[in-house]
Design a binder for this molecule. Structure first.
Ligand SMILES: [Cu+2]
Length: 136
């Protein structure tokens, strides 16, 4: 009986710590905007975000979409059913959970190596949480 109680107190502590970490991450996750420009560039062309942040892509003018080099996302009006290059004033976004760099391009004006391209680098937030106030 005593052993069971000790175990469950320990399990409660682990669960509480996991929940605290989860809510801390959720509270500081941010949303960044990348604009597809009329001059066939993305602004910012290179963006560093933290894991679990969101990026919203917005069409600032022209016929564009956004496609990951490894095809993990393809977005324009949305990121699942209406993803072809579009000249609408579209805006669509996604959350980035995988660490590392991911290049992307507009299918109308670029490809996986040249033209209208951008880069998103996702870094681990565990090591920066204490320094949020001074981060970009
Ligand atoms: Cu384009």
């Amino acid at each position: 009986m005593r052993a069971i109680c000790a175990f469950s107190a320990s399990a409660r502590r682990v669960a509480a710590a996991a929940f605290a970490l989860f809510t801390a991450n959720a509270a500081i996750a941010r949303t960044f905007e990348v604009v597809a420009n009329p001059d066939m560039t993305f602004t910012p062309a290179a963006l560093v975000i933290h894991q679990y942040d969101r990026v919203v892509f917005r069409n600032g003018g022209g016929l564009h979409n956004v496609v990951a080099d490894d095809n993990r996302f393809r977005c324009s009006v949305n990121c699942n059913t209406n993803t072809a290059p579009s000249s609408q004033a579209w805006s669509s976004g996604l959350q980035f959970t995988r660490l590392g760099s991911i290049g992307y391009f507009c299918e109308q004006h670029g490809d996986t190596t040249s033209g209208m391209r951008g880069l998103i680098t996702v870094i681990d937030r565990v090591f920066v949480d204490g320094f949020e106030a001074s981060s970009q």
